[in-house]
Each structure stands twice: as C-alpha cells, then as structure tokens.
Write a protein that binds this ligand. Structure first.
Ligand code: NAD
Ligand code: IPM
Ligand code: MN
Length: 351
C-alpha cells in the first residue's frame, strides 16, 4: 500500500482546532493508500518553553516528508514578526516553495456577500509569489528610540523569481476553460520592482498566445474583485499584493474560514510542499470550538491532489460541498450555530 509521510503542525490558536478535522477527513477518504502523520508541536507555546519556534535542525526533520499540513501560527504573547518569520516564512523560503496557490470559489449553499453573485461568478485562482518580493526581510532600524529613528524595508524582485511564478500562472491559465490571466501590478508608482514585473509578464505572455491577459493595478484589482469578480480567472501577484487580495477573496467566499492554500515548488523538489488555511490563529475565537474547519479540510484535499491521490481529494471536496449545500450545519462565521466538531462530523459522515 502506498504510504505518505505527512508532517502535521497544528501551530497555535484555532490551528489546533481545525487540523484534527482535516486529519479525520484524510483518514476517512483514504482508499488504497495510508498516511503516516508526524505531529510536531512547534509554535508559540513551544517558543515559550524553548526560546525557539522550531528546534534546531527542524527543517531537516521536515525535508524527508512527502508534505506538510499546517494549521496557523501566531499568539498575542509572541511578536508576530518573530513567530511568523521564524516558522511559517522560514519553511516557505527554505524549501523554495515559490508558488502559493489560493483558490477562491463559492461553495454550494453559501451566500456570497456580494448581492446576487453565484458560484459561476466567483471562481478565481490566485497564484501568489511566495519566496521574495516585499517579504524578503531585508532592512533595518537606525537610531533606535531616538527622535530621528529610521526604519527601512526593501523589496527584492529577481527576474528569475518573477519569471518562474508568472510562467507557472500562465501554465495554469492555459489549462482552464476560460484561459484568462490577470497580472497584479503597481507600476504607476513603483518604477523599479513593478516595472520589471510588468516587463517579465509581457515577455512570458508571448509563449502563451492562447491565454487572454490583463494587467490591473492592485488598488483597481481590489475594487474589481467586488464590482466584477466574474471577470477574474487566474490571477498572479507578488507576495504582499496577493496576500492582501486573497483575504478579500476569503471574504467573497463567505468567510476567511473557507480559504485554503498550497505552497508548492513545481520545478525542483528541495523539500516537501506545505498546505494550510489562508486564515490565522484567530485569537478572538480560540478555545471556543467554533472555528470553521472548511479551509483546513480543503487544504487537506489540495494536499491529496498534490500527492496524486485525486480520488480521495475529490471525495473530500465533494463532501464539503454536500454539507454546505444542505445549509443545515454551519459555523457562526457563516451565520450558523454549529460547532467545529458538528461540522467536521457531518463532513466525515458524508465522506
Ligand atoms: P485571522 O485570520 O486569524 O483572523 C481574522 C478574523 O477572521 C478574526 O475575526 C477570526 O475570528 C476570523 N477567522 C479566521 N479564521 C476563521 C475560521 N476558520 N473560522 C471562523 N472565523 C475565522 O487574522 P488576524 O486576526 O490578523 O491574525 C491573528 C494571528 O494569526 C496573528 O498572530 C497573525 O500574525 C496570525 N496569522 C497567521 C497566519 C498563518 O499562520 N498562516 C495567517 C494569518 C495570520
Ligand atoms: C498568510 C499570512 C502570512 C503571510 C503571515 C501570517 C506572515 O497572512 O499566509 O496569508 O502574509 O504570508
Ligand atoms: Mn494573509
């Protein structure tokens, strides 16, 4: 029987509440294969115990895995730039997971907050650059705590990094029925990084004449997601721009609790791919058992798809759709009264 080794990092806050349902869904859907889950307790509690977000050599524990399933990282007692950079961003960067794939789809039975919009009109696939750009972490602070204090933070856009993510997005667009790709830019104000981005986009476009392209400044793209979401199919953007737009995407799906993502390196395997909800640890609802587990379960489905277990992946996605379509069991973020456990059980039963 095929066996996959999966590193499981529930992390912090509601990450610990939504990952168990995702694991149950995988186990219920698995036929002809099995998953060996390796639980890892890295996160903010681990930080308080040890002074580190992950143990020394932690990346080497992850490297031989087939995939990583992550809940969420972050707790009010640890500065976010420490917890997130030292764990989440570290994994994305170390394994060069340069594509962050984020589907924005409306599931059956869930009302879009935009009046009258249905599933055929909310169907985007974001391709977020995931290893450089605004997140490169280069910068510093000077004259600390003095009146003249200065902080600066650089963005780094390499031709190679820009090209590979844009090329991947074109490849995806060319395989979808609508064959459309929108590039998110801000080259009207950022004359170096975003002009390079635009140039590379135009160059790669020549290799994909079948793909219809568009270029939107990020501010206009945000408005377009509300006023004309049906005009967007595949969307490619930089690390920060696509981060922001995909939380808006989650809102269009009805709740951030639905948005799932896959961190991939489709070219060279220098480590495991990582699958996670888009949302964070949600300290405002942590411990109440009401977090929506859809994003985590959907991320598990994306992971099975990546592992080549399409049947199981589809089974999970279909079960999510069947349960949301019934409109019976839903968590409070979607206006319901159900708990995480009640929703998870309905999905498992459906699988
Ligand atoms: P958040 O995504 O945690 O929460 C934003 C809002 O959405 C909150 O009101 C929350 O209750 C709600 N929400 C999110 N997920 C939900 C779910 N599954 N079900 C129901 N409601 C849900 O974002 P935030 O408040 O900006 O950040 C909280 C912490 O999480 C911070 O430490 C932040 O840095 C971190 N964070 C981590 C990740 C990650 O690990 N991938 C992503 C985003 C934020
Ligand atoms: C996400 C999150 C992270 C990001 C944060 C927590 C560093 O918002 O995965 O979308 O910005 O990438
Ligand atoms: Mn985000």
């Amino acid at each position: 029987m095929r066996t996959y080794r999966i590193a499981v990092l529930p992390g912090d806050g509601i990450g610990k509440e939504v990952i168990p349902p995702a694991l149950r869904a995988i186990e219920a859907a698995a036929a002809g294969f099995s998953c060996e889950f390796k639980p890892l307790d890295w996160g903010c509690e681990y930080y308080h115990r040890t002074g580190n977000m992950m143990p020394p050599g932690g990346l080497e524990q992850l490297r031989p895995m087939d995939a990583i399933l992550l809940g969420a990282i972050g707790h009010p007692t640890v500065p976010d730039h420490v917890s997130l950079r030292d764990l989440l961003l570290r994994i994305r960067f170390a394994f060069d997971l340069y594509v962050n794939l984020r589907p924005v789809e409306l599931l059956p039975g869930i009302e879009c907050p935009l009046r009258g919009k249905t599933a055929s009109q909310i169907n985007m696939l974001f391709v977020r650059e995931n290893t450089e750009g605004e997140y490169c972490g280069i910068g510093g602070r000077f004259k600390r705590d003095m009146a003249e204090e200065v902080a600066f933070q650089e963005s780094v856009f390499t031709r190679r990094g820009t090209e590979r993510v844009i090329r991947y997005a074109f490849g995806l667009a060319s395989k979808r029925p609508r064959k459309k790709l929108a590039s998110i830019t801000k080259s009207n104000a950022m004359q170096y990084t975003m002009v390079l981005w635009d140039e590379v986009f135009a160059e790669v476009a020549r290799d994909f004449p079948e793909v219809e392209t568009a270029k939107y400044h990020v501010d206009a793209a945000a408005a377009r997601m509300i006023t004309a979401p049906e005009s967007l199919d595949v969307v490619v953007g930089s690390n920060l721009f696509a981060d922001i737009l995909t939380d808006l995407g989650g809102a269009l799906q009805g709740s951030l609790g639905l948005a799932a993502s896959a961190n991939l390196n489709p070219q060279e395997r220098c480590g495991p791919a990582m699958f996670e909800p888009v949302h964070g640890s949600a300290p405002d609802i942590e411990g109440r058992g009401i977090a929506n587990p859809i994003a985590a379960i959907w991320a598990a489905s994306l992971m099975l798809e990546y592992l080549g277990e399409s049947q199981a992946a589809v089974k999970i996605k279909n079960a999510l759709q069947a349960v949301t379509g019934e409109r019976r069991v839903r968590t409070p973020d979607l206006g319901g009264k159900s708990t995480t456990e009640e929703f998870a059980s309905a999905v498992i039963q459906q699988i």
